[in-house]
Design a binder for this molecule. Structure first.
Ligand code: FE2
Length: 130
């Protein structure tokens, strides 16, 4: 799974910290998925993924506030990406996943982390270009 790297740094402390936290939370879920020591690991993973989703929504709001504060000209295109991702996350129903649970959760985590990676590289870093 992709890990945090300094290439993601925008130089805006609050946003950088939130991006790091997103990777930390995803990694926590991933490590738990790989571990064999927790009897109730799926409940915990579902809880962490719920947290990841909530934190993502919170983070997008904070990032959008920042973009508005600097009158960022590509704000709407950027917000559309945020909104579409939240819509995709809202469609995920972890409770319904019984068969191949590990494979499904792993696929979901990889999708989320890859999206965050692509979004930081493709969109967030543009914020500091102007
Ligand atoms: Fe963003």
């Amino acid at each position: 799974m992709l890990k945090w790297k300094d290439d993601y740094l925008l130089g805006i402390d609050k946003i950088d910290e939130q991006h790091k936290e997103l990777f930390r939370v995803a990694e926590r879920a991933y490590n738990l998925l790989k571990s064999n020591y927790f009897v109730d690991k799926y409940n915990k993973i579902v809880e962490i993924i719920g947290k990841l989703k909530d934190y993502t929504i919170f983070h997008f709001q904070e990032e959008e506030k920042y973009m508005l504060s600097i009158k960022y000209k590509r704000f709407f295109a950027h917000k559309i990406e945020h909104d579409e991702f939240i819509e995709q996350l809202n469609k995920v129903e972890l409770k319904d996943v019984d068969e191949n649970q590990d494979k499904y959760i792993l696929g979901l985590l990889e999708f989320v982390v890859k999206w965050i990676n692509d979004h930081i590289i493709g969109q967030d870093l543009k914020i500091i270009e102007d």
